[in-house]
Design a protein around this ligand. Structure first.
Ligand SMILES: Cc1ncc(COP(=O)(O)O)c(C=O)c1O
Length: 339
């Protein structure tokens, strides 16, 4: 294995030694197979390619200071993948199969779990799709579930820094009664154009508003939104956002730290009342938001300084990171510790 510069790795694809695969055929799941190929052989008429029968997950594994390897809240990823499967009529992956696959892929690629202190981690990507051939629009009879992994660097290479976000209302990533609450590929396809435009206009991400009225905050690209004011953690309640496992964990940590928590619709007009704001997800835990620019209204809202995140965001971030790396007590039992 070549020398890896863990600290500067991007959040991107990295070839490791093995991945694991399993097929659902004739109404049942088969054995977990190990592969060293980066390619999969798919039928040209599979529903995953034609009708978007595809869902995925993203989760991380960390090496702690004590040398132990920890995986964060895998049961929640397993549950969300089941919900995604239900939502687009795919075969569901049972928890036992999900756990067998993810633990196998981690053990087989153990040398790619970054050392403690580098800020890097091993990212796992479970993937489920319709592999059976259909030409009419209907669910496949055959499915493939696979998991690959790769090391990813720390999200913030120069430390925990606020980002600029663009609020948009001329694009929606999902429809009001559509698939926004599950992690299916189509939602991401719909987000590419506005996200790419925002990058070109100098922003790190897009803040989507609700697709029905464009009056409420939905989520921030591949991350949930939260705002802090009056010692309260406020995060949108919406049927069209992905239930973020990071957000769910931050809500609990906020309560543990003595904050109130409100999950409710957040009108766009409330943005300027927050003392701190952030985007949260597996990739960064928290991206503190320094500034939001409303593209249509051409209006900017700033949160403190662009150099320093707010104190509550820092506390939330350090606590969650500490739990994941085994340095803060895991009092809710969120970590799976490898033997
Ligand atoms: C659309 C979307 N929202 C939110 C999140 C954050 O979810 P999590 O905290 O489970 O990574 C993600 C990433 O998975 C996402 O893709």
């Amino acid at each position: 294995m070549e020398n890896i510069e863990w600290g500067t790795l991007p959040f991107g694809y990295f070839k490791t030694d093995y991945n694991v695969r399993c097929y659902y055929r004739d109404g049942k799941w088969g054995e977990v197979e190990v592969s060293s190929s980066e390619y999969i052989n798919v039928h040209m008429a599979c529903t995953g390619l034609h009708y978007g029968q595809e869902a995925f997950e993203g989760m991380k594994v960390f090496r702690g200071k004590d040398g132990k390897i920890r995986m964060f809240r895998w049961e929640e990823n397993a549950k969300r993948l089941r919900n995604s499967a239900q939502g687009i009529m795919m075969a569901e992956v049972p928890d036992e199969l999900f756990l067998e696959a993810i633990t196998k892929v981690v053990k087989l690629n153990e040398k790619y779990i970054p050392p403690y202190g580098t800020g890097a981690s091993l990212y796992l990507r479970p993937l489920l799709f319709g592999s059976g051939a259909e030409v009419g629009v209907k669910p496949a009879e055959e499915y493939m579930f696979m998991v690959f992994c790769g090391p990813v660097g720390p999200y913030f290479k120069e430390g925990f820094k606020p980002v600029k976000i663009q609020l948009v209302s001329d694009y929606d990533r999902t429809a009001p009664q559509g698939t926004g609450h599950i992690k299916v590929g189509g939602n991401y396809a719909a987000s590419l154009r506005p996200a790419f435009r925002a990058k070109g206009e100098g922003f790190s991400s897009v803040l989507f508003t609700d697709a029905k009225e464009h009056k409420y905050i939905d989520e921030a690209g591949p991350a949930n939104f939260f705002g802090i004011k009056n010692n309260t953690y406020v995060t949108p309640h919406s049927d069209t956002i992905l239930p973020s496992i990071t957000n769910m964990s931050l809500e609990q940590i906020a309560r543990d730290l003595g904050l109130d928590v409100e999950r409710r619709p957040v009108p766009v007009t409330e943005l300027e009342t927050f003392e701190e704001a952030g985007a949260c997800g597996t990739a960064a835990i928290i991206s503190p938001i320094g500034l939001i620019h409303d593209r249509e209204a051409d209006k900017t809202i700033s949160y403190g300084s662009m150099d320093e995140p707010g104190p509550i965001s820092v506390k939330l971030y350090n606590t969650l990171k500490g739990i994941q790396e085994g340095e803060v007590e895991d009092k809710h039992g969120w970590n799976y510790v490898f033997e």
